[in-house]
Design a protein around this ligand. Structure first.
Ligand code: PMT
Length: 399
């Protein structure tokens, strides 16, 4: 029996996977843009981070009408990209199309609809259009919008931010592989920050239906022999039943490719940071640690779905191995989907109490009420780790 792609050696899985799918149409254009962007920053000896962001879709049909998706809005990635830019990094932002983007995220989607920030000013007498006043930003948002606009324009005018979209899981894979290889001239100045929620399951191209999966009657000329009413249509390339059926989707595991990223595609000396998302607090640290051991990279950032806006855990190969980063209580912004009561649960389940560092942070934040984003704490800590790696590499004589 042919092994599943997920069961093969990493190299075999890579060759099977990438031969099965056509590369995304936009890949040559993205590669050209990325090549020019990277060259510019290699010349400037600037650190460059590849931030992946948002979910991936898993098409059910080659001519895709339906697909499986996940919850990720790209908040982590888009927010982190802004803090990396603040730290002087150039950012390649590989994101799910239409997910949140750095800077514009403050004024997009239904939660921050840009129209709510605007108003019509009264018409001025000398205007050529006496009945209509200019469109303006409302008074209460002027300062915030000016600050976001300045940062956005700075990033754009100085070529610090490259936005590259993907939609499906296979597009993501092709883009990641190409970008990692293009980043090689950056050596230790390259950082990979893999915040995307990449699907773990997919339908291989060979088993995918070409056309829209039918849920009801087909015209007489397309109907085959009578279908047993108990027969279940699997969504694969088999004859489609004419009567209404369940749809049972049979998915294969997606190869992880983190091995290849760390050991092959990525530049020598670069830093690779992956994320681990769990919903069960008792599993988080274990799963994050296992991922670090399996792929031998540099950092796994663990987060729980319910508390991800307020706490994360850094799992590293070096001391202290496990370090929690939390937004102090008084500075947590509200989240509709989050469950604040669960903050601290994953750590407490391992019999640990909050660190001295955290208690100090709580004390320092007392009396401060403005909400802060957890990425404003994550990125500076991560940059310190990256800098340490860069310094170490520079001190080490060339091998
Ligand atoms: O977008 P938000 O709503 O803000 O949510 C952010 C987030 C919760 C999605 C993010 O913080 C996060 O945790 N992302 C990773 C989710 C996860 O658990 O991924 P994973 O276990 O499937 O993969 C582990 C790591 O490998 C991830 O860094 C992933 O980006 C990467 N990966 C996974 C599979 C694959 N084929 N290729 C990959 O690069």
């Amino acid at each position: 029996m042919t092994p599943l792609v997920g069961e093969m050696s990493p190299a075999a899985a890579e060759s099977v996977y990438f031969n099965e799918y056509p590369p995304p149409k936009a890949l040559p254009k993205h590669e050209a843009l990325a090549r020019a962007f990277i060259e510019l920053h290699v010349e400037a000896n600037r650190r460059v981070v590849l931030v992946t962001s948002g979910g991936t879709t898993v098409p059910l049909e080659a001519q895709t009408v339906r697909f499986i998706d996940n919850f990720s809005a790209g908040t982590r990635g888009a927010t982190s990209a802004e803090y990396f830019l603040e730290q002087g990094y150039a950012v390649i932002f590989l994101h799910r199309q239409y997910s949140l983007l750095p800077y514009s995220r403050h004024y997009s989607h239904s939660t921050n609809c840009f129209l709510d920030f605007m108003d019509e000013a009264p018409p001025s007498a000398d205007s050529s259009n006496p009945g209509d006043g200019p469109i303006m930003v409302r008074d209460e948002y002027q300062d915030q919008m000016r600050s976001v606009l300045r940062k956005y324009r700075y990033a754009k005018q100085n070529n610090r931010l490259l936005l590259l979209p993907f939609t499906t899981v296979s597009e993501y894979m092709f883009e990641l592989r190409s970008l990692a290889k293009l980043m090689r001239p950056l050596n230790e100045n390259a950082l990979f920050y893999l915040a995307a929620a990449v699907s773990d399951f997919f339908i291989p191209r060979s088993r995918m239906a070409e056309h829209k999966i039918q849920s009801s009657e087909l015209p007489p000329h397309m109907q085959g022999s009578a279908v047993d009413p108990d027969e279940i249509y699997t969504g694969e390339n088999e004859e489609q039943p004419s009567n209404r059926k369940k749809l049972v989707v049979n998915l294969d595991p997606v190869p992880k490719f983190l091995h290849q990223l760390v050991d092959g595609w990525a530049p020598e000396g670069s830093m690779v940071v992956s994320f681990k998302l769990e919903t069960d607090p008792s599993l988080l640290v274990y799963k994050a640690r296992t991922a670090l051991q399996r792929y031998s990279h540099h950092l796994v950032i663990g987060n729980l779905l319910s508390t991800r806006k307020w706490e994360v855990v850094f799992i590293t190969p070096d001391e202290p191995h496990e370090r929690w980063i939390r937004v102090p209580k008084s500075r947590r912004s509200k989240s509709i989907s989050g469950v604040e009561d669960q903050v601290g649960l994953a750590e407490a389940m391992k019999g640990k109490s909050p660190s001295v560092e955290q208690l100090e942070a709580e004390q320092a934040a007392e009396g401060q009420r403005d909400g802060i984003e957890i990425e404003s704490l994550i990125i500076p800590e991560l940059v310190k780790l990256h800098m340490k790696m860069v310094e170490k590499k520079k001190k080490k004589p060339a091998e």
